[in-house]
Design a binder for this molecule. Structure first.
Ligand code: OSB
Ligand code: MG
Length: 382
């Protein structure tokens, strides 16, 4: 293994601030349209947010779990339990953020719960210092590439219309969800109509090795990658499949940590990694994975969990980190919500690029009236 300098030096030594109050606030936002995947179709976003108050400063972070365990094993309820009963009690002022991460390591898994606190503390520290999150990370500003994730559609015509709209808007790449039986013909329809578009597919683990002949048929469509074709929990079988495919495999669900990414790379299980900061335990582990991948010739992009403006902004800041080399699932707010809980919304600028919200912290403001309007649960933990 090649030695690399730590990408998280700027963050690890920061002192944990004193927390006056911590609340978990669950909001429910209707989606503009249902979001269909091979595992489930969501019609709204039920997001658990954390509010952290310290000496007059208020930071918000977002837990990327869903109310259900269909994409990932954590749910809003398990994250609440782990945060409340195990993680938050470990948060003490005077510790460094690096030491706190070490304490969190005592709790196995539950990266979404961990990321909620870790990210919230970094956002709070950035607010108190009056700097944008990317600056706290030691990373310069840049324009962020855009990418759209298009859910399963009822008809090929509806899919083509969605791709057409994405292309017209200037998205840098388009991802379409696939599932067994709704794949080769649907991809062909898109490719025939849009020969030059940067296109990829995401199966959310719907296939098995027995389907490798079918998956090989996708090789003719010049896809950027096939995301998570096999089981959410597998790395090894992806390494067998990757040998059979010309198209790059990208792992999403399988990667929970730097160790998982290292194992996947050593086995040749993927050529691309989708990092969801919320799934791997937060910003620091994400930075480590991204840098490690880059050092091993593996492309990286930031995934999304159709977050509200809070999580969406974290994903945007994260993409300033070393190693993020491909457009991620970073799309306009209006793709998901008519009215988000944060302002300003994410919009595509000239050339399809996204500007980092440059204010202190994540640079977006959580609008109290909208939180009150959308809250379905509010619990003070501290
Ligand atoms: O597999 O990447 C995924 C959304 C929810 C759960 C899993 C996934 C997704 C997406 C959309 O593909 C990502 C986004 O637009 O935020
Ligand atoms: Mg995915």
């Amino acid at each position: 293994m090649t030695q690399q300098t730590s990408p998280t030096t700027a963050l690890e030594g920061l002192p944990v601030p004193t927390l006056d109050h911590v609340d978990l606030v669950t909001v429910k936002l209707p989606f503009v349209a249902p979001f269909g995947t091979s595992v489930y179709t969501w019609t709204d976003k039920e997001a658990m947010l954390m509010r952290l108050e310290s000496g007059g400063a208020v930071a918000w972070s977002e837990c990327v779990s869903d109310p259900d365990p269909f994409y990932f094993y954590e749910t809003n309820a398990t994250a609440r339990h782990i945060i409340k009963d195990f993680l938050l009690p470990l948060v003490e002022p005077g510790l460094t953020m690096g030491a706190l991460e070490g304490r969190f390591g005592h709790v196995r898994g539950h990266g979404m719960a961990k990321a909620t606190i870790e990210n919230g503390l970094f956002i709070l520290i950035a607010l108190q210092k009056g700097v944008p999150l990317h600056e706290l990370m030691g990373r310069p500003s840049k324009k962020i590439a855009s990418g759209l994730s298009i859910g399963l559609k009822e008809t090929p015509d509806k899919l083509l219309a969605a791709v057409e709209q994405a292309a017209a808007k200037g998205y840098h790449r388009v991802k379409m969800k696939v599932k067994k039986g709704q794949d080769v013909d649907w991809v062909r329809a898109v490719r025939d109509r849009f020969p030059a578009i940067k296109l990829m597919v995401d199966a959310n683990g719907d296939y098995s090795l027995a389907d490798s002949d079918r998956l090989r048929r996708l090789d003719e469509f010049d896809l950027m990658m096939i995301e998570q074709p096999l089981s959410y929990s597998d790395i090894y079988e992806h390494s067998l499949l990757q040998k059979e495919l010309k198209t790059a495999i990208c792992l999403d669900e399988s990667i929970h940590s730097l160790a998982d990414a290292a194992a996947a790379i050593a086995l040749g299980a993927c050529r691309i990694v989708n990092i969801k900061q919320g799934r791997v335990g937060g910003i620091m582990e994400s930075m480590r994975i991204a840098k490690y991948c880059a050092g091993h010739g593996i492309d990286v992009w930031s995934g999304g969990m159709d977050e509200t403006g809070v999580g969406r902004a974290v994903n945007i800041h994260l993409q300033t980190a070393e190693g993020f080399s491909l457009p991620g699932d970073t799309s306009e707010t209006s793709n998901y919500f008519d009215e988000d809980i944060a302002d300003p919304p994410v919009v595509l600028g000239a050339g399809g690029w996204i500007d980092i919200p440059e204010g202190p912290g994540i640079g977006v403001r959580v609008v109290p009236e909208r939180i009150l309007k959308r809250a379905i649960r509010w619990e003070r933990l501290r």
